[in-house]
Ligand binder design. Structure first.
Ligand SMILES: Nc1nc2c(c(=O)[nH]1)N[C@H]1C(S)=C(S)[C@@H](COP(=O)(O)O)O[C@H]1N2
Ligand SMILES: [Mo]
Length: 199
């Protein structure tokens, strides 16, 4: 009889092994917004990538819907210490959206309807790590969680996942966003507990 390590393939680890340092698990889905929830109509919604040379790539709502959708099942980690496991999203991979964009930029500044911004390296938007998410748990993404669409970049603290996303500015130099300018960490890796500047 072959020696098989049972349960090795495709089984998620018990939840306590998926908690980054200093985090606790929640079962509900907290809402954290720095201001009021903007109401954006899908008829006028637009997502725009602007490169370091000023080249613009825009998608209307129907154009976004026409792109291949993915259904990532990911853990979320908020810097206020809650984590939520196995959240089911639907959205378009940033690999798809950045695929035809010619750029040498290493940095991205994400802009939201309502004025929120957050920054991250372009590399963290690629290789199946980030999505423009418009569905959650089989439904349209609710406005309080960032609908019509938000950035989802679950390997970083959740403040990087800009709700009501409007566009991404590609930059040769790093520029801090809203929370990063207020003392939060520039990168925000939950596994290295990069909550604040200097962590
Ligand atoms: N536009 C915008 N995006 C945002 C925020 C915000 O205030 N405005 N808050 C961030 C923070 S701090 C967190 S923890 C998550 C919360 O997402 P949720 O409300 O869906 O849980 O959204 C992030 N994205
Ligand atoms: Mo947060």
């Amino acid at each position: 009889m072959a020696i098989v390590s049972r349960g090795f393939h495709g089984r998620r680890q018990p939840s306590e092994h998926r908690l980054p340092p200093g985090q606790y698990e929640v079962r509900d889905f907290p809402v954290l917004s720095a201001g009021p929830t903007p109401r954006i109509s899908r008829d006028t919604w637009e997502f725009t990538i602007v490169t370091e040379t000023g080249a613009r790539h825009s998608w209307s709502w129907p154009q976004l819907m026409a792109l291949p959708a993915e259904e990532p099942l990911v853990d979320l980690h908020c810097v206020t210490k809650w984590s939520k496991f196995a959240t089911p999203w639907r959205g378009v991979s940033m690999d798809t959206l950045l695929g035809d964009v010619e750029t040498e930029a290493d940095y991205a500044l994400v802009h939201s309807y309502g004025g929120y911004t957050t920054n991250l390296p372009v590399a963290d938007l690629l290789d199946g790590q980030a999505w423009i998410a418009y569905g959650y748990d089989g439904e349209d993404l609710a406005p309080e969680h960032g609908g019509p669409a938000r950035l989802l970049v679950p390997h970083l603290y959740l403040w990087k996942s800009a709700k009501w996303v409007r566009g991404i500015q590609l930059l040769l130099q790093d520029e801090p966003g809203f929370w990063e300018s207020a003392g939060y960490h520039d990168y925000g890796d939950p596994w290295r507990e990069q909550r604040y500047q200097g962590d």
